[in-house]
Design a protein around this ligand. Structure first.
Ligand SMILES: Nc1nc2c(ncn2[C@@H]2O[C@H](COP(=O)(O)OP(=O)(O)OP(=O)(O)O)[C@@H](O)[C@H]2O)c(=O)[nH]1
Ligand SMILES: [Mg+2]
Length: 393
């Protein structure tokens, strides 16, 4: 998401049941063998991304993403995969090689909840007669009614089998000749480009106006809001990661601020969200400044006050899980403060303003509802720990 915001990248993902020809289809679009293909089911084990080096695609920064096939049995895993693929894509190719199975239909339902354009690709069309193709398209239309526009259901053959020609030679002998067939992608290509043109324009327009510094207030506001939301999401991800790491492996409170490697990544990602790249050293320097302010502000009471605050509401008979949760919540809170301070610095165009870092950090600490952040953090961490234990991992 950061990369996309910064560079206006567009992501197209192939999704669908095992062996439908997702990897073959992406290879055919790329014009090279980038993704592993096999007649065996489940060839693709992990998602993989590759830049589309087709003239226009390269200019538009289009990337193709291959994903492992969904299977018939594991509904929960399928739902998760659909969700994560859709989240990172601007356009989804739902690849199939026949009429939809139950699992494919469910996958379509899940994908369409994410409000991304979807193209249904009926691949391997070389295996079907004209009549069969028509009735398969009609069946797919009926099953995707209300979810996918009829013009977004296309035929393709990513890797058609060779044609067999029978020739009778001069001696009257029958000869069988095999002739390779080129992939059939015209319909798919034209749908992809017409959708990308609509989507791409919005992104390109946003980027252009940003760089030219001529953005209207409305766009500026919208961008600021988008960045704020994204920054909050990024920060919370790191808060949870740090909170969990500390909860699972408690460390002295004093070391919380020192456990900076996650914070370092957080600062780097926030700088990407705000489109203000940093040199290698900058995040360290920024972290040192923020940490110094936090320590000065909280002083010696940092540990004691916070520990009791984090434990507030937890009565006698503390279980280890609860203490761990409290420690994790502290780590969460510390990372949250780092995130917010970094954001304030970035929003001001990499500056601490007239009051210096002290003022900024103090304002953040004063304006945040520490009690509720800690309570929420503890809740979330314990929830995850429980899930973890519940699964017996
Ligand atoms: N006849 C025909 N076979 C095809 C076509 N496209 C792909 N195949 C074959 O289908 C098989 C599976 O292709 P893959 O591209 O590996 O399928 P996938 O969906 O990526 O499969 P997984 O990664 O296992 O989920 C291979 O043997 C391909 O050669 C096509 O258009 N026509
Ligand atoms: Mg594959």
């Amino acid at each position: 998401m950061c990369q996309k915001l910064q560079q206006g990248h567009l992501h197209i993902a192939a999704f669908g049941k095992v062996s439908a020809g997702k990897s073959s289809l992406l290879n055919a679009l790329l014009g090279r063998h980038e993704f592993q293909v096999s007649a065996l089911h489940g060839e693709t084990k992990h998602s993989k991304i590759s830049q589309w080096q087709h003239q226009e695609a390269e200019m538009a920064g289009v990337h193709l993403i291959d994903t492992p096939g969904i299977n018939e049995v594991d509904g929960e895993q399928r739902e998760q995969m659909a969700h994560s693929v859709a989240q990172r894509s601007d356009l989804i190719l739902l690849v199939t090689d026949g009429d939809f199975t139950e699992a494919e239909q469910q996958a379509l339902q899940q994908l369409s909840q994410e409000q991304r354009p979807i193209i249904i690709v009926l691949n391997k069309c070389d295996r079907y007669s004209e009549q069969e193709r028509l009735s398969l398209i009609a069946a797919l239309q009926a099953k995707s009614h209300g979810l996918v526009k009829p013009e977004n259901i296309v035929l393709a053959a990513a890797d058609p089998r060779p044609e067999v020609l029978i020739r009778i030679d001069e001696q009257g002998q029958e000869q069988r000749l095999k002739r390779d067939r080129a992939p059939q992608l015209d319909e798919l290509n034209s749908r992809i480009w017409s959708i990308l043109q609509q989507e791409g324009k919005t992104l390109a327009a946003l980027n252009a106006s940003l760089f030219a510094g001529r953005m209207s207030d409305e766009i500026a506001q919208q961008m600021a809001q988008t960045r704020r939301q994204l920054a909050e999401k990024v920060t919370r991800t790191y808060c949870l990661a740090k909170g969990l790491a500390v909860a699972v492996n408690p460390i002295p409170v004093a070391d919380l601020l020192a456990a900076a490697s996650l914070d370092f990544l957080l600062v780097r990602q926030l700088s990407a969200v705000y489109g203000l790249p940093m040199t290698r050293r900058e995040p360290y320097e920024l972290l040192l400044t923020i940490t110094a302010q936090l320590v000065a502000l909280m002083g010696a009471v940092w540990g004691i006050n916070l520990v009791s605050a984090a434990l507030k509401g937890v009565s006698a008979g503390l279980s280890t899980a609860l203490t761990a949760g409290a420690q994790g919540a502290l780590a969460w809170y510390a990372t949250y403060l780092v995130g917010r301070a970094t954001e304030a610095y970035l929003i001001a165009g990499k500056s601490w303003g007239d009051g210096g870092p002290k003022q900024v950090v103090q304002d953040i600490v004063n304006n945040l509802d520490r009690q509720s952040i800690l309570a929420e953090a503890r809740e979330e961490i314990l929830q995850r720990l429980k899930l973890h234990q519940g699964r017996g991992e």
